[in-house]
Structure formats: C-alpha cells, structure tokens
Design a protein around this ligand. Structure first.
Ligand code: BT5
Length: 251
C-alpha cells in the first residue's frame, strides 16, 4: 500500500489468502456501506467467475482484484467504466513490462493474441439509487502452463516475460491508471476514452465475422460507438452490435 499513488482507489484495501470470488465478497461488503475505491484482493479464488456464469480459473500467482466504484456519472457513462478498465489494464502492461497489450472487443486484454486478463463489471444494488459498480479484474501473472477451456487461447505474464512480477506494483499501477480513467470520464471526456480504447483495440479496419442470433455478418471492424457498441462496415452499410448478443471472430 506504500506504493499507491492514488487518491481514492485502493485506499481501503482488504487482502485474503483465499476467497470464493473477490466480486462476491465486495458485493456483500457494499451492504455494509463501504466507500468509493474499496479494493478486495485474494491470493486465489475457489469459484472465480467470468461473464454470463462462466468460470474464471484463479490459481495462486494471479492478481485477483475487485474494486468498488461510486462514480459521479450518469448511468450510460458508468457503463463505460468496463472500457476504461480495459484501457487502464493494457496501459499498465505497457508501462510496467513494455508489452504490446491489446484489447479484444468488448474487453478481453490480450498479448500476442492470447488472453492475459479479464474484466467483469457488475452492478451492486439498484442502478437508480446510489450507483455502485463492482469491477472485477483478473490478471494471469505468476503461474504458467495453464490451459483454460476457452475459445481464445490464454497466457500469463510469467509465460511471456520469463520472470515473476511484483503483484503489489502491478496492482498499484493498475489502480493509478484506472483512477485517471475514472476522473477523465467524470470530467466528461468520452471522446478521449474512445480514442484510447481504439488505440489498443485488436483488429481495427480488419475483416471480422460476428454471429448474432444464428446469423453471421462478415464485414470490417470499424471501431466502437460512444456507448461501446461495435461498428461493423458491411460494404458501406454500418451495423452496430452490443457485446451481450454476439460472438466475434477474425475473418
Ligand atoms: C472474463 O470473463 O474475462 C472476466 C474475468 C474476471 C475475473 C475477475 S478475478 C477477480 C474478480 N472475481 C471474480 O470472481 N471475477 C473477477 P469471460 O470473458 O466470460 O471469460 C471467461 C472464459 O475465459 C471462461 O469461460 C474460460 O473459457 C476462459 N478462462 C477461464 N479462466 C481463465 C484465465 N485465468 N485466463 C484466461 N482465460 C480464462
């Protein structure tokens, strides 16, 4: 915690040897009135989860972190915080390890085409009252040789760098970069976020296939709209897709 250079994020920090899921614990803690910026970290998770009830493998050596945010944002802008998190993560891997990290839409963080980190944004309580967002971040750091049953091949920092990283440094830099992103959104700079996100995005202006409700759309990936929807160019005609409804492949 001495390494933290943030104003709020991580100033309240709870560390555990083992948890079922850092997101689940933080959701429970919200009911006890925890403040903006509270962080929960576990050395390992027994039932970590991804989006849509998928399992997230969380062995010892990874960074398994959840963050409580009560941002001063409209509902629509608060939903963009998962994009901000992707940007902060990719930026952190570049800052600390010089890695060319990318973001695969909607928010998988990849290095050399392999998934190295995942983001799970959840809403705690009622959106309409106090907006409380839980951002779960998992970074495959100091372990190796894992094969996760996944469409996207996975990797770890140790596999790529060949050494073990300092997890405290990693967490501190990530929280620092994420705090900057949150502040920039709070100041209304959606365009800046979209630009930074696009600069990290994998496959911009390249052909992709998107499957929605059984139909495959083949086009050029043009980027994202301000609301995070993917823009696909189908021979001059633009279509947009939201992350919940589609799967994306190169091609
Ligand atoms: C994600 O889900 O990428 C979000 C992962 C969020 C994990 C963090 S850890 C701290 C916090 N506490 C939690 O319980 N969760 C958050 P999704 O895009 O749905 O990807 C899940 C899929 O990735 C799985 O179905 C597997 O195929 C694959 N997978 C599982 N574990 C993985 C890992 N460690 N690395 C790479 N891929 C993995």
């Amino acid at each position: 915690q001495q390494e933290l250079r943030t104003q709020a994020l991580g100033r309240q920090l709870f560390f555990f040897a083992e948890l079922s899921s850092t997101n689940d614990l933080l959701k429970d803690m919200v009911r006890q009135g925890r403040e903006h910026g509270t962080v929960v970290i576990a050395r390992r998770q027994t039932t970590g989860h991804g989006r849509m009830q998928r399992a997230w493998e969380s062995p010892e050596g990874g960074l398994w972190l959840s963050l409580l945010l009560k941002p001063r944002l409209s509902l629509g802008d608060a939903a963009k915080l998962t994009l901000s998190t992707g940007v902060a993560l990719a930026q952190t891997l570049q800052d600390l390890y010089g890695l060319a990290a990318g973001i695969k839409w909607p928010n998988d963080v990849v290095v050399q085409g392999r998934k190295i980190a995942g983001i799970l944004g959840e809403v705690a309580g009622e959106w309409t009252t106090v907006q409380t967002l839980i951002l779960g971040i998992g970074v495959n750091a100091n372990f190796s040789g894992q094969t996760f049953s996944s469409k996207l091949p996975a990797t770890t920092l140790q596999d790529i760098l060949g050494y073990e990283v300092n997890l405290n440094h990693l967490a501190a830099q990530l929280l620092f970069n994420l705090e900057k992103e949150v502040q920039s959104l709070e100041q209304g700079d959606v365009q800046g976020l979209i630009q930074r996100w696009t600069s990290f995005a994998v496959g911009i202006n390249q052909p992709v296939r998107i499957e929605r409700a059984g139909t495959v759309y083949a086009g050029i990936f043009k980027g994202i709209r301000e609301d995070g929807e993917l823009i696909l160019d189908l021979e001059g005609q633009e279509m947009t897709f939201s992350s919940g409804e589609v799967s994306l492949r190169a091609g």
